[in-house]
Design a binder for this molecule. Structure first.
Ligand code: NAP
Length: 574
């Protein structure tokens, strides 16, 4: 590969041999935002391509996680103040007489995506995000987007992308049938280079002539479409709502692309408000809870930083604050003093910074996840911990999912292997885990039996449960045996472990029944259970320990649950 020097620090032109040249945007720190430097660099490189009559194919690509992040906030601010016009990238690319292959190895946003679409061929990455997000800010597209996007992706998808401004992963676009290769991120450039070499085997005059034939029609239409789009764009851009939308989108997501580095972004936000974390000074009284200042941490290459938006309050927080989990906290986390304890097991957040090797998330993504310190303004953690938020749910709704539904799904589906028609007894059915277990058992076609306190029975009935019993006594055992005519239940999902509850549960399990124990205190050992009922399959488990053992468990369960939430089959906790 021969690199050519065109005095651009951020765009590089290299000859790959056989008439193939590659233009690489390499302003990785600024996400290849369409800065003056990038635009001048591109213009110089395409100028050089136009002059060299031995070149046959151009590959356009980027370095790092972004192909190109579009215009960026400083440009949009200038636009709002009337200090900048619309960026036109079309010239150098649309006038290029040899074919261009956009090797879009990373996220491609707004104008950055449009620039890629000007090419003759596209190669997309499965993991990266592609969006025509102009309408997210409330203004209509420019640059012949309406023509080019339709030409490349078809009318229906193009229209959806423009109206919604939504982000699409490459793999989703592949499923939607786009007519271009979508390959793993690391294969994008190789794929483009192989295609380029294949094309470059042909005579240059034939390549240039074919491009002229294939593109002359659309090129004729472009100036008129651009003019019409521009007229509409000026009207729509000048609505007051657009300025506030731009501010909101960038404030909420802290886009670092125009602020410089992620570190600078963090420093700027620091001055706005002090990040905090919930702590306790001594066990036993909830009054001892307080908000302590939190030091934010810049993500390592495989990490992300998220800003918490909604955190669920779990029973565990109460037990933690009362000091009832001290033994476990020492064993698992080495926590020996109250001040070392943090709170918050599940929540929803927005990604505010990503490490250099993170490709699956980008700044602004909305996610859910589990942890031990989610009552914090910001958290820096491994990118693998995050799961995509259901697109139809709010942050608050989504924050109720990671503990309750994952625990219930793992227990009922993975361990108990629940089947349609199984009789399932769910204790404390009005609690978080209980409600999720009820919804899932119903989804799997089981017959649900539930216990709860007297005052919450009507709530459980509203969830469609027929057999409801009192959770404060052990009379449920006789009632279950009566309703089932002595057969008992096939599965029990339990968290109530005091008194005779456990023994009664074991006794009313049908032959070969499955007993899921999610309670932590006073639970029975395997020996105790098998002495009383050798036929019963006993599954005491703590889901947080299961995911520590198997880091694929969370994403695997989410693969099954996410479509159920997004299609409305499952609803989050109220
Ligand atoms: N192993 C795991 O992976 C895992 C995961 C999640 C939760 N858990 C455990 O499961 C339990 C429930 O958690 P959660 O998040 O669902 O809690 P939650 O939402 O606070 O619900 C607690 C439930 O416990 C019931 N309850 C309270 N006192 C009771 C009593 N004396 N007798 C019977 N029921 C009583 C309440 O019933 P009423 O509403 O009828 O008053 C309520 O439904 C906790 O012990 C938690 O640590 C374990």
């Amino acid at each position: 590969m021969t690199k050519l020097n065109f005095n651009s620090e951020v765009v590089e032109l290299a000859e790959l041999g056989n008439g193939v040249v590659q233009i690489t945007m390499k302003d990785e720190a600024n996400l290849n935002t369409l800065s003056t430097g990038i635009r001048e660099g591109l213009s110089k490189c395409f100028g050089a391509v136009a002059q060299n009559k031995s070149y046959k194919v151009v590959i356009l690509t980027g370095n790092g996680n972004y192909f190109c992040a579009g215009a960026g906030i400083s440009y949009l601010r200038k636009r709002i103040r009337g200090e900048a016009g619309v960026i036109d990238l079309s010239g150098s690319m649309l006038d290029c007489e040899i074919p261009i292959i956009s090797a879009m190895q990373g996220h491609s946003l707004g104008g950055g995506f449009l620039m890629g679409l000007y090419a003759d061929f596209l190669v997309l990455s499965q993991e990266s995000i592609y969006t025509i997000n102009f309408m997210e800010y409330g203004f209509t597209p420019v640059g012949a987007t309406s023509l080019i996007l339709r030409e490349k992706f078809g009318a229906a998808l193009a229209q959806e992308m423009m109206y919604t401004g939504k982000r699409y992963r490459g793999q989703e676009l592949a499923k939607r049938g786009i007519p271009f290769p979508v390959v793993p991120k690391q294969d994008v450039l190789n794929h483009a280079q192989r295609l380029a070499q294949e094309i470059a085997k042909k005579p240059r005059l034939s390549i240039v002539s074919l491009k002229e034939l294939l593109t002359s029609e659309i090129r004729k239409k472009i100036p008129e479409v651009m003019e019409k789009e521009l007229e509409t764009h000026y009207v729509t851009f000048n609505q007051p709502e657009v300025a506030s939308r731009i501010k909101k989108v960038f404030d909420e997501t802290m886009m670092p692309n125009t602020q410089g580095t992620v570190e600078q972004g963090i420093q700027e936000n620091k001055s706005n408000s002090q990040p905090l974390q919930l702590k306790i000074s001594s066990y036993g009284i909830l009054k001892n809870l307080y908000w302590a200042p939190l030091e934010r941490r810049i993500p390592k290459p495989t990490e992300v930083e998220v800003q918490l938006k909604a955190v669920a309050l779990n029973f565990r927080e109460i037990l933690n604050a009362l000091g009832l989990f001290n033994e476990e906290n020492l064993r698992r986390f080495g926590i020996s003093k109250a001040e070392e304890l943090t709170f918050g097991c599940e929540g929803a957040a927005t990604v505010v910074a990503v490490g250099s090797e993170v490709s699956q998330w980008q700044v602004g993504d909305e996610v859910i996840f589990r942890g031990w310190d989610l009552f914090s303004s910001f958290i820096t953690c491994s990118a693998d911990k995050l799961l995509a938020q259901p697109s139809n749910l709010s942050m608050i709704e989504s924050a109720t999912i990671p503990v309750s539904f994952f625990t219930a799904y793992y227990g009922l589906h993975d361990l108990a292997k629940i089947q349609p028609g199984d009789r399932v007894l769910i204790h404390a059915a009005s609690g978080g885990a209980g409600q999720a277990a009820v919804k899932l058992a119903q989804y799997f076609g089981a017959e649900v039996f539930a216990t709860t306190s007297q005052k919450k029975m009507s709530f459980v009935r509203e969830q469609g449960v027929k057999h409801i019993m009192n959770s404060r006594t052990t009379e449920f055992a006789d009632e279950v045996m009566e309703i089932t005519q002595g057969r008992g239940v096939d599965i029990i999902f339990n968290s109530v472990t005091h008194g005779d509850h456990i023994q009664k549960n074991i006794d009313i399990l049908a032959q070969g029944g499955r007993y899921l124990e999610i309670g932590k205190l006073n639970i029975w050992s395997h020996e105790e259970v098998s002495q009383r009922r050798p036929d019963v399959k006993y599954f005491p488990f703590d889901f947080s320990e299961e995911i520590e053992r198997d880091d694929k468990l969370n994403p695997r369960i989410w693969e099954s649950l996410l479509p159920l939430f997004e299609s409305g089959v499952l609803q989050p906790l109220p």
